[in-house]
Design a binder for this molecule. Structure first.
Ligand SMILES: [Zn+2]
Ligand SMILES: [Zn+2]
Length: 301
């Protein structure tokens, strides 16, 4: 039985039982259907919630963004505003990402103003969504301004290309410094060590008979990553940096503003075993906790 079928049976059980009015159960269903790419069921459950709470709004918003329904996501955000729901950093960053995808600069700007008003603009996800928005909508001055206001920005190393347009890809924090990497990035001050680490990993993986995902569906990759060889995706570069810069025993935490691709996911699982370290990748949708060759998402994301 697939996860979706299992969920549908559970849903039917919920409807028959006394839980059909339970808002947290329904929020879970909104989230579940969203993750199963069944956005119609997700919205249907959401519409039946009588007393939605902030989690309901967040779940609906995230389901829509995950399913590339940017316009609906923006509408849900506006509806939440109408109902005077105090926007959380999550709601703001999701809506900004939706605006970035749609090229909705005007709405994005008003969400930005709102972020300032409710004091979530220095949240790192909101900050990177703003950079993404202004980058994609070609508003370079705004990108620079947001970037210059991001926390710890003077400590950021990595590509200046950030301003050039598209994205802030993967980053990692080391002793209060934020290190930003893009696909094929060779600009870091410790680049030679990073490249040496990448070659070492590649060698060890080959010896341990790792099979790379060569038949990656293009749909699995975000646009800008299609162009580069999967081995040089930003999260792998960030990981190599983490391995050389962070002391053994400290989990390596990487943040990425896109969805992790299938190859990076399986490569990082493999690497977590080879190097014996805990690796956490927070991507656009969720946390991936890699340990000893496995990820806690059970390959479902
Ligand atoms: Zn990748
Ligand atoms: Zn995972």
């Amino acid at each position: 039985m697939s996860n979706l079928e299992l969920g549908q049976r559970l849903h039917a059980f919920i409807v028959r039982s006394g839980y059909r009015e339970d808002v947290s159960v329904l929020n879970g269903l909104v989230d579940f259907y969203g993750k199963c790419r069944d956005i119609i069921s997700s919205e249907m459950v959401f519409n039946r919630i009588r007393r939605e709470n902030v989690v309901s709004w967040c779940s609906m918003l995230s389901a829509l963004v995950q399913n590339h329904k940017g316009e609906r996501a923006c509408m849900i955000f506006l509806q939440a505003r109408k109902e005077e729901v105090e926007p959380t950093d999550f709601m703001v960053s999701s809506t900004l990402s939706a605006c970035a995808k749609l090229g909705g600069l005007e709405l994005g700007k008003s969400v930005h103003a709102l972020a300032v008003k409710v004091c979530v603009e220095d949240n790192i996800f909101v900050g990177s969504a703003l950079v993404d928005l202004y980058g994609k909508c070609g508003s370079i001055e705004n990108t620079e301004q947001v970037f210059s206001e991001m926390p710890r920005r003077k400590l950021v190393t990595g590509k200046v290309a950030i301003f050039k347009a598209t994205l802030l890809d993967s980053w990692i924090v080391e002793k209060n410094r934020v290190h930003v990497f893009q696909a094929n990035d060779c600009s870091h001050e410790r680049n030679s060590e990073i490249q040496a680490m990448l070659s070492k990993l590649r060698r060890e993986m080959k010896e341990a008979e790792y099979v790379p995902h060569t038949n990656l569906s293009m749909f699995d990759l975000e646009e800008e990553e299609r162009a580069s060889e999967v081995w040089y995706h930003s999260e792998k570069i960030a990981l190599a940096f983490g391995l050389i810069a962070l002391p053994y025993g400290v989990p390596i935490r990487i943040t990425k503003n896109l969805r992790i691709c299938a190859d990076c996911h399986s490569a990082i699982k493999f690497i977590s075993r080879i190097v014996g370290r805990e690796i956490v990748v927070r991507d656009k949708n969720r946390f991936h906790n890699f340990e000893d060759g496995l990820c806690y998402c059970k390959d479902y994301w």
